[in-house]
Ligand binder design. Structure first.
Ligand SMILES: Nc1ncnc2c1ncn2[C@@H]1O[C@H](COP(=O)(O)OP(=O)(O)OP(=O)(O)O)[C@@H](O)[C@H]1O
Length: 246
């Protein structure tokens, strides 16, 4: 799969009777790093869920290189994409088995790199790679769960990454080094992401604003309208930081 172009065409989506996306159109080209931003509850994660094939539109279609996403089997789709969200499934197996889900035949060297990439060195030093992670990752903290998911993605090395609050639970201390790693890792990849954290939004090169179920603006930060939602958010965040550092 090339992922030359992904097109959302006239997408409508409803949860029960509530219309969430209303004739949404969006194009993502190979190598784009796009963040979807907009008010809380507007439907940003819903867009990522549609692209992840977890839900299907009421009408409209998603095309990947002009193929209807509905016609791409789940097996093929999940082999080709990497997803990072709060819903990562952790199996009641060892740590190493859990990260090798990304690549079953990964070499020791690749595993070492994946552990470093995702900031799991300390965890491994303390617990060893054979430690059991418990039913649905019961023995992991939120941040460790996220980092296990990251290690899997690093091993899988997919061309398309779908990131929904990708560093949820990861503390500030680890956040900046992991972000730097992700930034390098995604250089040649297509990324579509949703986050409330401005540090994470820095991974994006372009922003799409979702409002009233539609993308109302899509552009680089610099070119975004001065009174647009993104710049308002950014200003709010800066003010919050100033308050915090006072
Ligand atoms: N499974 C569900 N059943 C019913 N309603 C849902 C479901 N999941 C989400 N919703 C609703 O759909 C709307 C869009 O949700 P979504 O998670 O896509 O928003 P979002 O823009 O990502 O929000 P946030 O920025 O707060 O994470 C919200 O109002 C939410 O309450």
């Amino acid at each position: 799969m090339d992922f030359k172009i992904i097109k959302f065409k006239n997408i409508k989506f409803k949860y029960e009777n509530r219309l969430i996306l209303n004739d949404l159109n969006l194009e993502i080209k190979k190598g784009d790093k796009l963040a979807i931003v907009g008010p809380s509850g507007e439907g940003k994660s819903t867009i990522l869920k549609l692209l992840s094939k977890l839900i299907t539109p009421v009408s409209g279609k998603i095309y990947v290189d002009n193929i209807d996403l509905n016609d791409i089997s789940d097996d093929i789709w999940y082999e080709n994409i990497g997803m990072l969200s709060q819903n990562t499934h952790i199996f009641n197996r060892s740590f190493i088995e859990n990260i090798k889900i990304g690549k079953r035949n990964a070499s020791d060297e690749e595993i070492k790199k994946a552990i470093k990439f995702s900031g799991l060195n300390k965890f491994v030093e303390k617990n060893g790679v054979d430690t059991l992670l418990g039913k649905n990752g019961l023995f992991l903290s939120g941040g460790e769960r996220t980092r296990v998911a990251l290690a899997r993605i690093f091993l899988k090395n997919p061309k398309l990454l779908i990131l929904d609050e990708p560093l949820e639970g990861v503390d500030k201390e680890n956040e900046s080094s992991i972000l730097k790693n992700i930034d390098k890792f995604v250089k040649d990849k297509t990324v579509i992401l949703v986050s409330h954290r401005f540090t994470i939004l820095s991974l994006a090169k372009e922003f799409a604003i979702l409002k009233d179920g539609k993308i109302i603006e899509k552009n680089k930060f610099k070119s975004m309208s001065k009174n647009g939602i993104l710049k308002k958010y950014y200003q709010l965040e800066l003010n919050n930081l100033k308050e915090f550092n006072r």
